[in-house]
Design a protein around this ligand. Structure first.
Ligand code: C2E
Ligand code: MG
Ligand code: MG
Length: 675
């Protein structure tokens, strides 16, 4: 039964077998029906002949008298017989039963003609040949015919059934042997090969058959071999690619950090020293965002090519991160040569290249340089040193490359420590604000207060006061600028609220916004929300944005400044003149105030160029209807110069240092309020 099971459940076999079965049955039926009809005809003819053989001798004997027909009745089923003369008259008749005289007319031949009269009766007629030709009509009991026919049909049908059975079983066995089993083996082999394609060839089937099934199995085997071979090829390629990717950057195809460290490690072992130029694409993320990542990728590939062109034979060019490349030389280079190489790298990068559509972009790069002498050195340290040097480059001041020096490492360590401490500073209430007055310079204004700038202070538990110039960049780098900026804004609002309550008015307080704060989405909404919380009218708050921050994305800046002003918040551009912006950009920015940077004020009376710049800023500002504030005014001469040039306001130690809110209140507000 177990052996038969696959056969019995095989749908294919059943289809073939049933088709064969049906076909045989159809053929047999086509043969059986005519042969059954023929059988019936033959049987009747036989009965007719028997009747003739029985009656004919009597006719011959009875020539002269009359035939003795009565003695024949009952024999061979003869029920009635009638003989007619040549003239058609009845000569003799015997037996019972209707013998239609018309039957006579049909008997024109000596061979008897039989026709069924009713169920079981047969009418037979013939003409007895000779000079006294007579017609004979006989009625025969033919009931046996249908029984014989039935038996015949049963016999034949039984035979057919046996044949069908034998053929069907034979077909099934043949199908099982020649088709089903090989097909099942093929199926199993395919399933197993599919589950383990790496070893597909191990599931090949053996066959010696020379028919189509043999060909199919051989084709299947060769397919399995191909699958296994192709998998092996794929595996080899994947391994090769993984090996490549482990040491290369997939985008540019340049070696990666691991490969660079290997290269440096090798130089260390050879005690050959090394020079490392770490190249950083300035503001790559912004470019990428502005032109799309595809353009960003193209730009990186182009930069990689340019770096390779600058590199000498034997130099090692690698990509370290999204916007970082390295050009390493396997020897310590003289400083002058290294600087020249860095210059070449910077210049090679600074050619325009296609960005998105017809736009071009001119990338700018910064380079951090580290050397290792011929003594031992750690590869990773060299990279870290180059990174520290890179951190000291200053795009704003055109210091596009920097060499590593030992104090950079110390500085980095201190910054790291400060960054950790700064995290706690807010919670430990180490931060506070101070206020520095801004005074009107207009003639006759005397020492009239125009407002105050809010400056943040950090009293470090062990290091004392830390300058915001030091910790604000750290806060920007670590993301702490968000909460710190919020603290300053809220402190300013709280102070304004207090003064509004005690004096019914308050000077406008200017709060500095770092570049990162300025870049945050929904800035205007956030500030408005805080002002509402403290019920501070927007006109009492001013936001200072450095020129460099404002210039990062001119379009966006213009939009945000317009939005802030639309909400009634005052805006000023801080440290104006230190960035690269052309004065013309000011026309695009809707600002209330421009603050001339302290460096120009410092040079008043010393440098004609600085004075000329102050002049230009004042002229342009006034033509735009913008107020101008001079920062860092320390001397009477500077103040006099600025007054002559109609500078609107001044801020500086000459008028007042940044002081606590209480002191500011005492010095600048209480007396005025009393007056
Ligand atoms: P800034 O916004 O340009 O602020 C003016 C800086 O010049 C202040 O230094 C101020 O104390 C100093 N200053 C004012 N008058 C004189 C003067 O006559 N002589 C000299 N030598 N210095 C003068 P401070 O407070 O150290 O702040 C330095 C910078 O730190 C600020 O420059 C500002 O960019 C940033 N900063 C300060 N507080 C904040 C803050 O709350 N948030 C943000 N984002 N940045 C701040
Ligand atoms: Mg400021
Ligand atoms: Mg400033």
């Amino acid at each position: 039964m177990k052996l038969l099971r696959p056969l019995l459940t095989c749908r294919l076999c059943w289809r073939i077998t049933l088709t064969v079965f049906g076909l045989i049955l159809a053929v047999e039926s086509v043969v059986l029906i005519p042969s059954a009809l023929q059988f019936e005809r033959n049987d009747r003819q036989r009965l007719a002949l028997e009747a003739q053989i029985l009656v004919q001798p009597q006719l011959s004997i009875a020539r002269g008298g009359g035939p003795d027909l009565a003695s024949l009745i009952g024999e061979y089923g003869l029920r009635a017989v009638a003989v007619y003369g040549v003239d058609g008259g009845l000569v003799a008749r015997a037996g019972r039963g209707e013998l239609p005289p018309s039957a006579r007319a049909e008997s024109t031949s000596a061979i008897p003609v039989a026709s069924a009269v009713n169920e079981g009766d047969l009418l037979v007629s013939w003409r007895s040949m000779g000079p006294d030709a007579r017609s004979v009509v006989a009625l025969i009991d033919a009931r046996g015919t249908s029984q014989r026919l039935e038996a015949y049909v049963l016999r034949v049908a039984g035979l057919v059934a046996i044949i069908v059975l034998i053929v069907t079983v034979g077909t099934m066995v043949a199908v099982d042997l020649w088709v089903l089993r090989p097909v099942l083996r093929l199926r199993d082999s395919s399933v197993k090969a599919g589950a383990d394609p790496d070893h597909a060839d191990g599931f090949a089937l053996r066959t010696r058959r020379g028919d189509e099934m043999g060909e199919l199995i051989r084709a299947h085997n060769s397919m399995l071999e191909q699958v296994a071979a192709s998998r092996a090829r794929d595996r080899a390629m994947t391994e090769e690619r993984a090996r490549f990717l482990a040491r290369h950057d997939p985008l540019t195809g340049l070696p990666n950090r691991a490969a660079l460290l290997e290269f440096l490690e090798h130089r260390r072992e050879m005690a050959g020293g090394a020079t490392l130029l770490l190249v950083n694409v300035v503001r790559f993320r912004l470019l990428n965002a502005a032109h799309g990542s595809q353009a960003g990728d193209r730009m990186l590939c182009e930069l990689a090519r340019r770096l390779q062109r600058v590199a000498a034979a034997g130099d090692f060019v690698a990509r370290l991160g999204a916007d970082r490349f390295v050009l390493a030389r396997g020897e310590p280079m003289p400083l002058g040569d290294t600087a020249a190489l860095a210059e070449r790298v910077i210049q090679a990068a600074a050619w325009p290249m296609a960005a998105s559509g017809a736009d071009t972009v001119t990338p700018s790069v910064r380079v951090g340089i580290a050397h290792a002498g011929e003594g031992p050195f750690a590869a990773q340290d060299l990279v870290t040193h180059a990174e520290l040097a890179l951190g000291r480059t200053d795009d704003a001041y055109g210091e596009k490359y920097q060499f590593y020096s030992a104090d950079l490492a110390e500085e980095a360590r201190i910054r790291q420590q400060l960054a950790q401490d700064l995290e706690q500073a807010l919670a430990r209430k180490e931060l506070s604000i101070v206020l520095q007055p801004k005074l009107r310079l207009e003639p006759g204004a005397g020492e009239q207060l125009a407002g105050a700038e809010v400056l943040v202070r950090w009293r470090h538990p062990s290091q004392g006061m830390v300058s915001p110039a030091t910790f604000i960049p750290i806060a920007e780098a670590t993301g702490l600028i968000g909460p710190i900026g919020d603290f300053v804004l809220r402190s300013a609002c709280e102070q304004i609220r207090a003064w509004l309550l005690s004096y019914g008015g308050s000077p406008r307080l200017a709060v500095n916004l770092s570049a990162q704060q300025f870049a945050q989405p929904q800035l205007a909404e956030h500030i408005t929300w805080v002002l509402r919380e403290y019920a501070v009218p927007p006109g009492l708050i001013e936001l200072e944005i450095t020129e460099t921050a404002a210039m990062r994305d001119v379009e966006r800046t213009a939009a945000i400044l317009a939005e802030l002003r639309a909400r009634g918040i005052h805006v000023s551009i801080d440290d104006f003149g230190t960035g690269y912006s052309s004065l013309n950009y000011l026309r695009r920015f809707a600002v209330d105030t421009i603050k001339i940077d302290k460096s120009f004020v410092d040079d008043i009376g010393k440098d004609r160029n600085a004075e000329a710049i102050c002049d230009a800023i004042l002229r342009l500002g006034h033509s735009l209807g913008t107020r101008i504030v001079a920062e860092g005014v320390e001397t009477e001469d500077q103040a006099a110069f600025l007054r002559r040039r109609k500078c609107d306001e001044a801020q500086g130690y000459l008028f007042g240092r940044p002081v606590s809110a209480e002191e500011f209140d005492r010095t600048w507000l209480a007396s005025q309020a009393a007056a």
